[in-house]
Write a protein that binds this ligand. Structure first.
Ligand code: GAR
Length: 209
């Protein structure tokens, strides 16, 4: 299975969903590290209980580059091939993102391209949207703007609060993220995917006469 490092800042329920999905028979990924910028992030404890290596490195007092370098070293030491952000609330430095381009995924609580950034649930409610949801996307230097790989829709009720809605979005995220990660890390072994990329490449090449 593909080795993934999961970065968290909070309760880590998406990390838990990934972890338990990775334990199912035939899962195409395994978690080799759970790393956090928050020393007492709830998810670290769950990872420890499950025997997963953890790494905590508070960002305070470090430049973004230095902090990212420490997180990156921990991921490399653990043998990670992919980095999966799950409620990781720090923007990554451009250098880090470039070095891992195509190998970092994020889950964001909105139907991207709508509502990048924070307070997505409150903004969807305030706009009178009928639905919000979650998106799994590739991470690029520009915040919440990389290619969207998968989305789940969640209905908004007229009496919804941001907190209540956020809790339902998380339920959807827990289904979406393991599946999207599994699909993504498996693509390198999928002949149809490879063929499609070859065709894309051929189309992108200038015609020669
Ligand atoms: C999730 O809802 C995730 O989409 C969101 O934080 C929550 C983390 O929950 N991520 C972002 O807002 C990223 N900008 P969890 O710690 O329980 O997985």
């Amino acid at each position: 299975p593909a080795k993934i490092a999961v970065f968290i800042s909070g309760t880590g329920t998406n990390m838990a969903a990934l972890l338990y999905a990775s334990r199912l028979e035939g899962a195409p990924f395994e978690i080799v590290l759970v790393a956090s910028n928050v020393a007492d992030a709830g998810g670290l404890e769950l990872a420890r209980i499950e025997g997963i290596a953890t790494f905590a490195h508070p960002h305070k007092g470090h430049s973004r580059e230095d902090h990212d370098a420490a997180m990156e070293q921990a991921a490399k030491d653990a043998g990670a091939q992919f980095i999966v952000l799950a409620g990781y609330m720090r923007i990554l430095s451009e250098g880090f993102v470039r070095r891992w381009e195509g190998r970092i995924l994020n889950i964001h609580p909105s139907l991207l391209p709508k509502y990048k950034g924070l307070d997505t649930h409150a903004r969807a409610i305030a706009a009178g949207d009928s639905h919000c949801g979650a998106s799994v996307h590739l991470v690029t230097p520009e915040l919440d703007s990389g290619e969207v790989l998968a989305q789940a829709k969640v209905a908004i009720a007229s009496e919804d609060t941001p907190e209540g809605l956020a809790a339902r979005v998380k339920l959807a995220e827990h289904q979406l993220y393991p599946r999207a990660v599994a699909e993504y890390v498996s693509r390198g072994n999928d002949p149809e995917y490879l063929l499609a990329r070859v065709r894309e490449l051929a189309l992108a090449l200038p015609e020669t006469h």
